[in-house]
Design a binder for this molecule. Structure first.
Ligand code: ADP
Ligand code: MG
Ligand code: MG
Length: 366
């Protein structure tokens, strides 16, 4: 029997497989759609990337904890369906949350959310608004979930202090002789290093609550329906304890850029304030009452910080000889850093407007 079919039957032997085909445009896991014979039924089957996530058993425990919590909430809410608004993972015949094959790969099966659309880029204010509603609701419904019970999937993922320390060490070593090619970017980092550590500092001072964070709040991880209304937040691999500002900031970085993440033409890269406004409206409509005043105050800055940190990681990897991010040409990581730093500058220029939008939405929702 075909290997993929065999894996699927570890979960659901009562269904006869018609076909299993590659699906979606995720960059991390291998995702397949499983179609069942003589019916409309499909399932999503994934091989989890265990290079990036070495502890898959703990990762799956996190996901089951979070989805069970969400399901209990959605059950109590009118107009919600726990099996559409939250992911439903299926246990193996042995009652396990995943199946490990002979090669050591980890597999999982979940129900398909349907009829769902998954966009790779935000095109309209409606999409940005609904993405904000989706992530905001995810945060709000998990605000009473004990974040400290979650396993920390990637320790120090957003820790600016350690990221800056690594960056400085790599600049000093200059192992591939690229420091001279990145003078402008190195200066850009150093000019902002102090302010960009604001979240770490607030965290140390105990001023930011530890909550459940998603950590990959891109638009293609929020499934929308045919009217572009939110159905479900997916891709829960990086769910771990953290600050809500990480999720908001990274969503703004990915949802409001008029260019591409690695755009070679920097003129294309700007933060679209209309998309920022739409996302913020959606997000705060669900979270304004559960966020603390300090969290609200730092929403606009979090967008600059999360954009800066990814730029910092790109430039660090460039100077280190491209060990982490897959590159498609020689100076790809430099190009990516330039694009992200351009986006940071665009946010800096529009910062007062961003603050005004947040204040206005807080007033509307409280
Ligand atoms: P990755 O970490 O590789 O991005 P995802 O879990 O986001 O993995 O899955 C990749 C893509 O597969 C998603 O962007 C989405 O289009 C699709 N997908 C994943 N899970 C489901 C699901 N339960 N229902 C419908 N589509 C899904
Ligand atoms: Mg994804
Ligand atoms: Mg992912």
């Amino acid at each position: 029997m075909n290997k993929l079919n065999e894996i699927f039957y570890q979960f659901l032997p009562e269904f006869k497989v018609n076909k299993i085909a590659k699906y979606g445009s995720g960059h991390i896991n291998d995702t397949y759609m499983v179609t069942i014979d003589d019916s409309e039924t499909t399932f999503i089957m994934q091989r989890v990337n265990h290079q990036i996530f070495p502890n898959v058993p703990e990762l799956m425990n996190n996901i089951f904890g979070v989805t069970n919590h969400l399901k209990t909430k959605f059950e109590e809410m009118e107009g919600k369906d726990p099996n559409v608004n939250s992911l439903t993972f299926i246990n193996t015949l042995d009652g396990e949350k995943y199946h490990q094959d002979e090669e050591g790969n980890y597999w999982r099966v979940m129900e398909t959310i349907t009829p769902a659309r998954s966009y790779d880029k935000v095109e309209t204010e409606q999409q940005a608004f609904q993405a904000g509603v989706g992530i905001g609701e995810f945060q709000a419904l998990l605000s009473d979930f004990d974040g400290s019970s979650l396993y920390e999937i990637i320790p120090n993922f957003h820790n600016m202090e350690t990221r800056l320390a690594t960056f400085r060490e790599i600049v000093k070593k200059d192992v591939v002789g690229r420091v001279r090619l990145a003078q402008e970017q190195i200066q850009f980092v150093e000019n902002r290093a102090e302010e960009m550590q604001t979240l770490v500092r607030l965290g140390k001072e105990g001023k930011l609550p530890i909550r459940v964070t998603h950590n990959d709040t891109k638009i293609n991880n929020v499934l929308l329906d045919e009217n572009d209304e939110v159905l479900c937040v997916i891709d829960l691999d990086t769910v771990m304890p953290g600050f809500v500002l990480y999720d908001f900031g990274d969503a703004i970085r990915t949802s409001t850029n008029t260019g591409d993440e690695d755009d070679a033409n920097l003129d294309n890269v700007e933060m679209d304030i209309k998309l920022f406004t739409a996302y913020t409206k959606g997000f705060l409509s669900k979270t304004a009452s559960s966020l603390t005043p300090i969290e609200i105050e730092y929403l606009p800055l979090s967008a600059r910080i999360m954009t800066f940190i990814i730029g910092l990681r790109f430039i660090t990897d460039y100077l280190d000889g491209d060990n982490y991010f897959k590159t498609h040409h020689e100076h790809h990581n430099l190009q990516r850093a330039k694009a992200q730093f351009k986006l940071v500058s665009s946010m800096e220029r529009q910062f007062e407007e961003m603050q005004r939008v947040v204040q206005e939405e807080v007033t509307v929702n409280c």
